[in-house]
Design a protein around this ligand. Structure first.
Ligand SMILES: Cc1cc2nc3c(=O)[nH]c(=O)nc-3n(C[C@H](O)[C@H](O)[C@H](O)COP(=O)(O)OP(=O)(O)OC[C@H]3O[C@@H](n4cnc5c(N)ncnc54)[C@H](O)[C@@H]3O)c2cc1C
Length: 289
């Protein structure tokens, strides 16, 4: 199916893009087009104007700066996945990205586009929550930073306002003594996750001194697993504590039955994935110590 008629503009600067968005309520930014164009072809979305961000050099590129990885919104997912400096600074990013769709889609899809799209089952929003990252947004007359904890409001809904442009994604580097893991279950490799869990575990003398867990696919938005984190904090990441964490994650999953999976199945998945990712992250934390 073809999309409904739309106007197309291709600005060369952030300022021009903001103007093009501000002058039409129904205008939308176009990044890699890997989600927006299919939704237009299915007539789920019908923007009157597409503001193509592809020619704006200021939105491209990424760099490791101190304890943060700064990623321009238009950085292609595959470029970030393959960057050696990024892998050294936070290897979780490549592990997560290898689960996003397929290579051809990651060659076009952007980091900013995936975060702004905010699918509840998407991997990158889950990673941003788990790492405690943030985004920088611009609108006419201002800039603001939004923490991942405040960004994701609902499936495909973020705190970004109409006319506001996501400029940069900021991902913390992996802290010392910390292990990481991302795992998901999907019907086929490259599909959105039925459930996925991202774990960061910091160990001192075998005890968890910091834990961050986030899940995708099991609620109406990517979700921090705060009660599961609390069950692990101050304990070795195994045995009773791990069982309590898995059980808390299971109880916290709120996704309803749908065509892909029953609610109970997703609950079982998130519990199993908490066990697996925490164990893997703990193993890596020990290796790094
Ligand atoms: C077959 C297939 C399988 C896929 N599987 C997965 C998967 O398993 N996991 C997954 O996470 N994704 C998956 N995707 C989606 C893919 O990762 C997309 O690349 C991503 O969701 C959107 O990125 P994009 O750059 O293509 O954004 P676009 O499609 O161009 O835009 C997406 C939305 O974000 C908005 N937007 C884009 N950039 C900005 C910005 N800078 N500021 C404000 N708003 C902006 C757009 O207006 C639009 O509403 C799949 C896609 C396909 C086609």
């Amino acid at each position: 199916m073809k999309p409904p008629l739309f106007e197309y503009v291709a600005p060369h600067s952030i300022e021009e893009a903001l103007e093009a968005l501000a002058s039409d309520d129904m205008a939308r930014p176009l990044a890699g087009g890997q989600s927006l164009i299919p939704t237009m072809n299915f007539r789920i979305a019908a923007p009157s104007r597409l503001v193509d961000l592809a020619r704006i050099d200021a939105l491209k590129g990424h760099a490791v700066e101190g304890d943060v990885i700064r990623v321009g919104a238009m950085t292609r997912q595959r470029d970030l996945e393959r960057d050696e400096a990024v892998r050294r600074a936070n290897p979780l990013i490549a592990e997560v990205l290898s689960n996003v769709a397929h290579i051809v889609i990651r060659n076009r899809g952007t980091v900013g586009g995936s975060i702004a799209h905010a699918d509840a089952a998407a991997e990158l929003p889950c990673m941003l929550l788990a790492t405690g990252g943030s985004v920088v947004a611009h609108r006419a007359g201002g800039e603001r930073t939004i923490a991942a904890d405040d960004l994701f409001l609902f499936h495909m809904t973020t705190a970004l306002e109409a006319g506001e442009l996501l400029i940069e994604v900021r991902i913390p580097t992996l802290p010392p003594s910390t292990g990481y893991a991302f795992q998901e279950v999907a019907r086929r490799h490259g599909d959105y996750a039925l459930a996925g869990v991202c774990a960061l575990v910091t160990l001192e003398d075998g005890v968890c001194t910091a834990v961050r867990l986030a899940a995708c696919g099991v609620a109406s938005k990517p979700t921090r697993l705060a009660e599961a984190e609390a069950a692990l904090l101050g304990a070795p990441p195994e045995g009773e504590a791990l069982a309590r964490a898995a059980s808390a994650a299971r109880d916290g999953a709120t996704a309803a039955d749908d065509r892909q999976a029953s609610a109970d199945y997703r609950k079982d998945l998130v519990a199993a994935l908490v066990r697996r990712t925490v164990a893997k992250a703990a193993e890596r934390a020990r290796e790094r110590a």
